[in-house]
Design a protein around this ligand. Structure first.
Ligand code: PLP
Length: 478
């Protein structure tokens, strides 16, 4: 029996791996099977194309390529130069950016590159200048002390975690919270929306070096023109982390005031969420910050991953095709259909709806914590993740919210009708689940009660919903 190119490629790769460590080959096959069967509503996940996946499994993985295109610290980087330049070119064209740095290994790494670039650009620190000149190994203890002292009073204003901001926007468990004196802006308690007057007020009081916009769990558009005006009014560098919504910018759903690229001094992103590329990060900026950004490796990054840069070039080429704009539009249409379906069934949504790829359900109305709801949904074949809601009484671990997103299901081809059916399944699980008790009979924030028959029936319906939309239909492994 003959196979198409994708099936042949993946089958052959698995055969080669199986000959060395069959358990790895089996785990890879099992991962495909699991992903095919799951109703994936994790807002930060997607399915990269076979071409993107295949671009990562090759000899580029063997190459060291510290430096930038045409200026490497290792010999023999001509082919790495080709793919890095291609990825950067596609990124610049796609987003209309003057400069693109495609080496960051992840979104967090991209943010670190941006922070160091801004510090190097803005802070008069001889110790930092020395570090930036690739003399990190020459820094004495006294230099490091001076560096920490000189950076210690740098201020960052970002969106609060419980309003949907990200850990790397200055929060304690992340290095950004140690590098920067941080303050956050939240959302209006009545509407759940960013109150730009309050942001401006906080900026005036705090005079941050960096104003950060961008989020992991805010279901609305952000007006980047207004945010830039606020940054300018206090002399801050305006940084946007578009990790979550880069696909909507690439697909021209977010344009004008809602496109961060023309408004921000520097933009960071992941490449694997709504952008549908390989796991990785990227930084876009104007010429002023380009030199500093290009020093990301080895300042804060390990050696570049040329195989991932090759995959970024493929995925960015895909995102430049006209059908990607249609995909991005459908992501938002689906999120709105899902939100409408949930609202019609009585759910409470943070901000009352969505205009991006994600929906945040406040599950306290069902008498549940986010942890209980997440597990009950998982038992029923629906993969989501718990998330804090603004002013969450249950904190960041148990939470009161469930975050759901549509990039992955939209890649599979599901549309508005399936989103309504998904809303019905979520509603069924949440209404049929009740909070459980601990061994001592006290109320528990983790335990829950859901009739296994309900979970099974919903799981079956979820699987049926996916049947007409096979994942990677071009790939048959068996
Ligand atoms: N920035 C934002 C806004 C995110 O939501 C995330 C991931 O969830 C990141 C950065 C970090 O991305 P990564 O996991 O690739 O480091």
């Amino acid at each position: 029996m003959s196979h198409n190119a994708e099936s042949t490629a993946f089958r052959s790769a698995l055969d080669v791996i199986r000959a060395v460590e069959p358990r790895v080959a089996d785990a890879i096959s099992a991962e495909l099977a699991d992903q095919r069967e799951s109703l994936k509503l994790i807002a930060s996940e997607n399915y990269a194309s076979p071409a993107t996946l295949l671009a990562m499994g090759n000899w580029f993985s063997d190459k060291y390529a510290e430096g930038t295109v045409g200026r490497r610290f290792y010999a023999g980087c001509q082919n790495v130069d080709t793919v890095e330049a291609l990825a950067a070119e596609h990124a610049k064209e796609l987003f209309g950016a003057a400069h693109a740095y495609v080496q960051p290994h992840s979104g967090i790494d991209a943010n670190l590159v941006a922070f160091w670039a801004i510090l190097a650009d803005r802070v008069e620190s001889p110790a930092l200048k020395k570090a930036q000149k690739r003399q990190v190994n020459d820094l004495t203890e006294a230099d490091w002390f001076a560096l920490r002292r000189e950076l210690g009073n740098q201020r960052m204003l970002g969106m609060s975690l419980d309003a949907g901001g990200h850990l790397t926007h200055g929060f304690r468990p992340n290095i950004s919270g140690k590098m920067f004196d941080q303050r956050s802006y939240g959302t209006d308690p009545a509407t759940g929306l960013i109150d730009y007057d309050r942001v401006a007020e906080a900026a005036r009081e705090f005079t941050p070096l960096i104003l950060v916009a961008g989020y992991s769990a805010y279901p609305r558009k952000v007006n980047f023109r207004i945010m830039r005006e606020i940054a300018d009014s206090v002399g801050a560098t305006f940084m946007v982390d578009m990790a979550h919504f880069a696909g909507l910018v690439a697909g021209k759903v977010f344009t004008g005031d809602f496109d961060p690229v023309p408004h921000a001094h520097i933009v960071t992103t992941t490449t694997h969420k709504s952008l549908r590329g390989p796991r990785g990060g990227m930084v876009l900026c104007g010429p002023e910050l380009a030199d500093q950004v290009d020093r990301g490796c080895p300042m804060v990054l390990g050696g570049p991953l040329p195989h991932v840069m090759a995959a970024k070039a493929v995925a960015l080429a895909e995102a430049r095709r006209p059908d990607f704009a249609d995909y991005a539009r459908r992501i938002v249409d689906n999120a709105q259909a899902l939100a409408d379906g949930l609202l019609r069934r009585g759910a409470t949504l943070v901000t009352g709806g969505t205009d991006n790829h994600l929906v945040l359900i406040d599950v306290s109305g069902y008498g549940l914590t986010g942890r209980q709801a997440e597990q009950a949904l998982l038992d029923s074949g629906i993969v989501t993740n718990r998330n804090a809601v603004p002013q969450d009484p249950n904190g960041a671990w148990y939470t009161s919210g469930i975050r759901i997103g549509t990039p992955a299901l939209t890649t599979r081809g599901l549309g508005a009708a399936e989103m309504d059916a998904t809303a019905e399944l979520i509603h069924t699980v949440l209404t049929q689940t009740s909070a459980g008790t601990g061994p001592d009979g006290a109320p528990s924030k983790a335990k829950y009660v859901l009739d296994p028959a309900t979970a099974e029936s919903v799981g079956k319906q979820a699987a049926d919903l996916l049947t007409p939309f096979p994942l990677y239909p071009e790939v048959t492994l068996a």
